[in-house]
Design a protein around this ligand. Sequence first.
Ligand code: FEO
Length: 384
Amino acid sequence: MQVTKNIYNVGVNDREVDLFEGQYIVPNGMAYNSYLIIDEKIALLDTVAQGFYNEWLKNIKDVLGDKKVDFLIVQHMEPDHSYNVMNFLKENPQTKVVASSKAFIMMKNFFGEDFLDRQVVVGENSTLSLGERTITFVTAPMVHWPEVIMTYDAKDQVVFSADGFGKFGALDTDEEWACEARRYYFGIVGKYGAPVQTLLKKIGGLPIKTICPLHGPVLTENLGYYINLYNVWSSYQSEVDGTFIAYTSVYGNTKKVAMLLKDELEKRGEKVAISDLARDDMAECVEDAFKYSKLVLATTTYNGDIFPFMKTFIDALVERNYQNKKVGFIENGSWAPVAYKKMQAMLEKSKNLTFMEQVVTILSACSKDNLEQISNLADQLLNK
Ligand code: FEO
């Protein structure tokens, strides 16, 4: 796939992967992009995942014919991109390897070999001349691993952004970019908002016509839209003024109260999303918790603690630096309800959360008192 006159995507689509990175469902598969920059010298940016070596080599050959690759640029060592580094270098002894010093250490760990006689070690603002163009490297530690570099081609004004601006889904999938890019971002990079902010500042001053991520489509139009979303996500701002209700329910009583709160909020004109943490995709729930400005957690007391899916959910938020939200609680407990206290304690580590004073405490099933509590909670969430 041609990106510019001299840049091609020679990556592959993976329709077989069951769980990306061992945990994320990807109903529309994954794309592992890999790019060729053709000049007097030829640079290949990143390889592809296990199982796609021959398809990838064919894509390269379709573009290059018998020409050889001078530089293999390894921007990121996670195996969805680096799996075939060793295979490629074994078969292409003329190719030099361009990567950060940390990436070479990882190569030794992954492959037992760090290609000492073929290394080109690059760091912040290092350059590499390919002939007509000189490309520049930008370090991007923790976006998404510490060794990551990104690459800028000033001639075509292209940023090769490694995992940045990536999304779930194969390239032949017709779906909204933001939904699967957000789920990908908060799942995989969400913890690292500060490094993403640093990166956005570094690339902010560059003229950019095209963003070439290692997953998902090449971005060529309306780049401000994508960059702005990355800024919102990485600075932990909310994208939507509204409430996300996340619940677990064993026999339907907690769900009923969660649904009643949804109705109360909607009556007041609030935008509301609701998910069952046991049945809906956890990564989608995490994404929604960051997307909306308010969060309500509803769960049962269970083994003197909280229901397992809620525990997993709150852990996922806290470890991703969840912050800057209003949070309400609904708890259920037939004899000794402790869910509210447990949930609040888990969230104490998070910054700038405002907990609503009104807690809805269900003692088995929804009562008249609960109806009043639900109404109060709705008011407090909306500051009425
Ligand atoms: Fe797509 Fe962090 O690897």
